[in-house]
Design a protein around this ligand. Sequence first.
Ligand code: CA
Length: 218
Amino acid sequence: MRLLVVEDEVRLARALRRGLSAEGFTVEVAGDGLSGLDLARHGDFDAVLLDVMLPRMSGYDVVRTLRAEECWVPVLMLSAKDGEHDRADGLDYGADGYLTKPFSYVVLLAELRALLRRAPQPRPAVLGTGDVRLDPATREVTVAGEPVSLTPRELGVLEYLLRRPDRVVTKIEILDHVWDAAADVSPNAVEVYVGYLRRKLGRELVETVRGAGYRLRA
Ligand code: CA
């Protein structure tokens, strides 16, 4: 398995290279964000360990750029920051995992193995179909680049559909995932919200599959 370590702290980078090589990994090291991005694009790696605070380009920007370019290599972020916000940022930008420094080497290896068990697959940070885009991190929706204002519930229904692009989803599924379990809502509410989405985002967006539910039109 080929690993890319993007880390500017020379001692940590060296320790990671030594330790991971001893575990049988092939390890390449980049010392700044830009060269890390360049290697990650072209290097055919099985996983990337990516520091957040890096010279020339932050780890956040590296992972965001990779995902925008549809490069789905698994990325584990390593950071000295431990605020909840930072972790959420990393994951929203498309990282697969997040370790706070100082981390235990045993935990690092376990995270890495978990990552490698999952084959890389498209995990777009921004969801979309046709000319509709939804950024789950900012909750912003655009149609052909123009912002559209949606209520939280409309956003919930849209996100649920966008995350299941090739499937028919039933009203009950949408109800279970978007409405509070305690809420006493009839499945007709789903119909109403799909109606709002069609009105705001285009009639063509959601197809009704008679007797089954809804499906996004590609
Ligand atoms: Ca750093």
